[in-house]
Design a protein around this ligand. Structure first.
Ligand SMILES: C[S@@+](CC[C@H](N)C(=O)[O-])C[C@H]1O[C@@H](n2cnc3c(N)ncnc32)[C@H](O)[C@@H]1O
Length: 275
């Protein structure tokens, strides 16, 4: 999963803001809405493997989960309306409640500070990374499997935030200061390209007959975080065409995932056949 944590310094903590004045009265909430759009939207589709956390003034977290979210649209005004609704839900809950509560589908809100957000990410096995002009160039950085990118809004990180984030690796997208949403688009593009390149070098992990079984194994491996490509293969001399999906299907994985994928298949199905 790709995660983005965005620190909003001036966005409101209560729902009493006008959707007609997002950059002004609503404390540059437009910056956060654009960042949400950049994190989730593809052309006519939504990235499901993304989580965005907004941390408002270091006090409130609004978490949006791509796999569950509904009613998220590309315009900033309707995204701001979802944030407003989440803040209303929190307000109704009163000041004491600390646990996360659901707002609209796939959006969760809680009273939560930056250290607690970091704790949760570490517990989930995510790897925080601060995006910063002066970090290690992204091309030279070994990207972990479950990165959580921290970005600021239209302002710099505060000295207090800098202190909390001091031990986390810093990654740069270049020396030119960019907008938060632009950084997210560039990170997605970089990671998408890397995944495409990785998939081009896939190696054979297992062969099965029939698509249904291949899809089962693919789903299982993906649950273990192992990307899979299925290659249908029907030798013309044996079967002139694939009948009822009964062609040979080759299960291809990245070289770095091969040993683990073979273990998983052996545990759940059978010893893998790789020749
Ligand atoms: C609009 S910038 C923050 C304000 C900016 N430092 C300025 O004064 O213009 C928003 C955030 O995007 C990220 N960012 C901006 N440019 C970046 C770059 N070149 N490389 C990595 N991250 C960047 C940082 O997390 C930054 O806090």
């Amino acid at each position: 999963m790709r995660r983005f944590v965005i620190l909003g310094h001036t966005a409101p903590l209560t729902p009493e803001f006008s959707l007609n004045d997002l950059p002004g009265g609503a404390g540059r909430i437009d910056v956060l809405c654009r960042a949400i759009g950049a994190a989730f939207f593809l052309s006519h589709d939504l990235r499901r493997d993304v989580e965005v956390s907004l941390i408002l003034q270091g006090k409130i977290q609004i978490r949006i989960l791509g796999s569950k979210v509904r009613h998220l649209n590309p315009d900033e005004r309707s995204t701001a309306a979802l944030i407003k609704h989440a803040l209303k839900r929190l307000q109704e809950q009163g000041d004491e409640g600390r646990e996360e509560i659901g707002s609209t589908l796939g959006i969760y809100v809680s009273r939560c500070d930056l250290p607690s957000v970091l704790d949760r990410l570490y517990q989930l096995g995510a790897r925080p990374i601060v995006l910063h002009e002066e970090g290690t160039p992204i091309e030279s950085f070994t990207m972990p499997r479950d990165p959580a990118f921290f970005l600021s809004d239209h302002l710099d990180f505060t000295p207090e935030e800098e202190e909390i984030l001091a031990d986390i690796p810093r990654v740069s997208l270049g020396r030119i200061p960019l907008h938060t949403s632009q950084c997210i688009t560039i990170v997605h593009h970089y990671l998408d390209r890397r995944e495409e390149e990785d998939m081009e070098e896939l190696v054979l992990c297992h062969k099965v007959w029939g698509e249904p079984k291949a899809l089962l194994i693919k789903g299982l491996l993906e649950d273990f975080g192992i990307p899979v490509n299925l290659v249908r293969h029907a030798p013309p001399s044996v079967y002139p065409m694939a009948v009822d999906g009964m062609a040979e299907v080759r299960i291809m994985v990245r070289p770095s995932d091969l040993a683990r994928a073979r273990e998983v298949i052996a545990d759940y199905f059978e010893p893998p056949v790789d020749e």
